[in-house]
Design a protein around this ligand. Structure first.
Ligand code: ZN
Length: 236
């Protein structure tokens, strides 16, 4: 069979969560060379940052065809986001966010910032594709996750760098059940096991409870979405 690998080199916005892990597998399946970037802004007790390393190690160990393509990891210190969330939110807003179960480090437009930092790293590394797990379908409706926002950003970044930069969002029109199905399609049962054991989604950073769908408190909105998606996929 002819090699259908896309010769371009990609940078995946990789948080250590289920969605970005599916994106990483998708990129490794598709592109000739893939690097990862993560942002440290004091999120979720740092659990996600540990999960990132475990996911990368497991991909290296269990998926030889992907291991040879998996390049460097870049961890960017964005602790400045903590200052933004502290100063830009009123008390009422902060309470509202907490009631929704969102982390108190939430910053409006955060994904736009992430892509801009990723683009700068990609430019320096000779990478021309940025891959992110943003999704319109059943996420909380953040406007910076919407397809049109990111299409516009792709144009702005490509013009601003004077270099073509493609923003890929393979999960944009998938629901959570379809994201599980995508992982199965890309890596079979071993990738499902990897997602369950090593990825992190829970807003509370809880890894003390193991469910069929992975670790988490089981109650926060992120756990709720993940569980419902898993159950729908398993029963489909
Ligand atoms: Zn949770």
């Amino acid at each position: 069979m002819a090699d259908r690998t896309d010769a371009r080199r990609a940078l995946v916005l990789f948080s250590g969560g289920q969605d970005s892990t599916a994106c990483l597998a998708w990129a490794l399946d598709r592109y000739a060379h893939v690097e990862t970037i993560g942002f440290d802004y004091g999120q979720r007790h740092g659990v996600e940052l540990e999960c990132r390393l475990h996911v990368r190690s497991a991909l290296h160990a269990d998926f030889p065809r992907w291991a040879r393509k998996l390049g460097d990891d870049h961890l960017i210190d964005l602790s400045v986001l903590g200052q933004l969330s502290d100063t830009a939110m009123t008390d009422a807003r902060a309470i509202e966010m907490n009631a929704q179960g969102l982390p108190n480090t939430f910053v409006p437009g955060r994904n736009l910032l992430f892509f801009n930092f990723a683009a700068a790293v990609a430019y320096r590394r000779g990478l021309s594709v940025l891959v992110g797990g943003m999704c319109e379908t059943d996420f909380s409706g953040y406007p910076d996750c919407r397809d049109n926002s990111l299409r516009a950003l792709q144009v702005a970044i490509s013009l601003g760098l004077d270099a073509p930069m493609t923003l890929d969002t393979p999960l944009m029109w998938l629901d959570k059940a379809q994201t599980w199905a995508l992982a199965e399609q890309l890596g079979g049962e071993p990738l499902i096991d990897l997602v369950v054991e090593h990825t992190h989604t829970c807003y509370l950073g809880d890894r003390s409870q193991r469910h069929a769908w992975g670790y988490g408190c089981g109650l926060c909105p992120a756990c709720d979405l993940r569980r419902k998606g898993f159950n729908t996929w398993v029963n489909s």
